[in-house]
Design a protein around this ligand. Structure first.
Ligand SMILES: Cc1cc2nc3c(=O)[nH]c(=O)nc-3n(C[C@H](O)[C@H](O)[C@H](O)COP(=O)(O)OP(=O)(O)OC[C@H]3O[C@@H](n4cnc5c(N)ncnc54)[C@H](O)[C@@H]3O)c2cc1C
Length: 415
């Protein structure tokens, strides 16, 4: 194979494929090479959103740039009532397939089982890209422009093992500390009896008396951790222990240990404090036990757990409760407190917090401000959004912008 290309793209995930399709749609004469280390492109995309692929969100700024791209690439989408955008087929793998076929039809070469091990700026211009194939073959490719779209370092089974950060550093870039984010959170307190429970609640993260995060949603209780979308979103706000120089990437989990913060779960978010106390007082007079007092408000395992934490006897007649006890139960329901013990690590995190510093990238073109002709897109950059399509939107957007810029059509770039 001829080893010279106009554009080389490391990583055939959403960012890399969006860049290849965009560049080739604008300039059919370009020679574009996409290097993918896995035997299949876009494995993470195919698994995203539980296989449904929450591709974007109506709340994303610049979502129109992404929606136009889907239209031009022949990807039908629809939004749900919360504004989350999915492929119309509700099948993420179909999106990956469409993009690969489109890129190849337009003339891009996608090489799978090909890992980019190193990249150097060539003193004569362009880049030398060192590739290791699964069959043990080493190859060097040359390209005028290089896009690093290798993703983050979570869910390594889908190919993202943090290679892009190493490549970026070697090319002179700085990388903000990497932390597993959008993940389940372990607690100091035992969760015995709660395993498998799901409840609609309001979750707050308190630090030194301030609320630093609050969201309503479903909380899922696992054997040793709290999960669910609002907990995963909260995980992005947990304080992080920095490495000594504040920048060094660690291979092990950078799990934050015993941060000075508390998780508060309001298991009855639709009740006001006064409304809840009034309800409990009235029900306490109805010949029910203390356990039965909370029946129809929260599920039994939650009620049992809260009463146990309050050291209250559930079998006792509720009529014997004084006002102080009623207030204590109401508080237990409204402020179920946990101390975060750490995030679940890289195996479970949906995204990586940290990455190539955004101030070192021109966000309109995704070109490096350190080396011209070098581009970054997707999760390898220092962006992490909440659940709901924001992270894939970021990957598409970066890829589209890099693709346009690499095809040298900057006039079309919108803000
Ligand atoms: C289980 C799960 C579900 C998710 N669901 C959603 C969702 O519904 N909505 C949402 O917005 N976000 C979701 N995310 C996050 C989202 O999938 C990622 O943010 C997004 O895929 C990032 O796109 P990317 O192109 O930057 O990187 P990736 O999708 O990680 O793609 C990078 C590609 O580069 C390849 N690669 C890595 N290193 C090299 C190398 N050295 N040489 C060659 N190739 C390399 C990888 O194999 C991979 O194919 C989910 C994440 C996970 C783990």
């Amino acid at each position: 194979m001829e080893n010279r290309f106009d554009i080389a793209i490391a990583g055939a995930g959403p960012a890399g494929l969006a860049a290849a399709v965009t560049a080739m749609s604008l300039r059919k004469d370009l020679k574009v090479l996409v290097l993918e280390k896995m035997s299949q492109p876009a494995k993470k995309l195919a698994a995203s959103g539980n296989g449904r692929g929450n591709l974007s969100n109506l709340q994303c700024s610049c979502r129109d740039e992404v929606l136009d791209f889907f239209k031009e690439a022949g990807i039908a989408v629809r939004a749900d009532e919360a504004g989350r955008i999915y492929p119309y087929s509700e099948e993420a793998k179909s999106v990956a397939a469409v993009l690969c076929k489109r890129a190849e039809k337009l003339g891009a070469v996608i090489m799978t089982d090909s890992e980019v091990c190193n990249a150097e700026a060539d003193p004569q211009g362009g880049f030398r890209i060192f590739v290791h194939s699964k069959k043990g073959k080493e190859e060097i490719f040359r390209a005028e422009k290089l896009l690093i779209a290798t993703g983050g370092k979570s869910y390594a089974v889908y190919g993202s093992t943090g290679d892009g950060y190493r490549l970026a550093r070697r090319l002179g870039h700085n990388v903000a500390p990497l932390v597993p984010s959008l993940t389940a959170v372990e607690t100091e307190e035992s969760l015995e009896g709660l395993k498998g429970l799901r409840m609609k609640a309001e979750v707050s993260l308190m630090q030194k008396g301030d609320i630093i995060f609050r969201e309503r949603g479903e909380v899922q209780f696992r054997e040793d951790c709290l999960s669910g979308i609002c907990i995963m979103n909260m995980s992005a706000f947990l304080p992080v222990r920095r490495t000594a120089d504040g920048r060094e990437e660690k291979d092990n989990d950078e799990r934050q240990e015993k941060p000075e913060c508390r998780i508060m779960i309001n298991t009855v978010p639709d009740f006001t404090a006064a409304g809840l106390i009034a309800f409990l007082r009235e029900k306490a007079s109805m010949d029910v036990s203390v356990s039965e007092l909370t029946e129809t408000i929260v599920k039994k395992p939650a009620a049992d757990y809260i009463l146990k934490r309050l050291s209250m006897d559930g079998g006792k007649p509720a009529s014997r409760l004084g006002m102080k006890d009623i207030i204590e139960i109401a508080n237990g329901l409204r402020c179920l407190e946990f101390t975060p013990a750490g995030r679940k690590g890289w195996k479970e995190a949906q995204v990586t917090k940290g990455g190539v510093l955004l101030e070192e990238i021109d966000m309109k073109t995704m070109e490096s401000r350190v080396i011209s002709g070098l581009y970054f897109a997707g999760e390898v950059t220092d962006y992490d959004g909440p659940c709901g399509g924001y992270n894939l939107n970021n990957a598409w957007l970066g890829g589209i912008r890099a693709g346009r810029a690499m095809a040298q059509c900057p006039g079309e770039i919108t803000e």
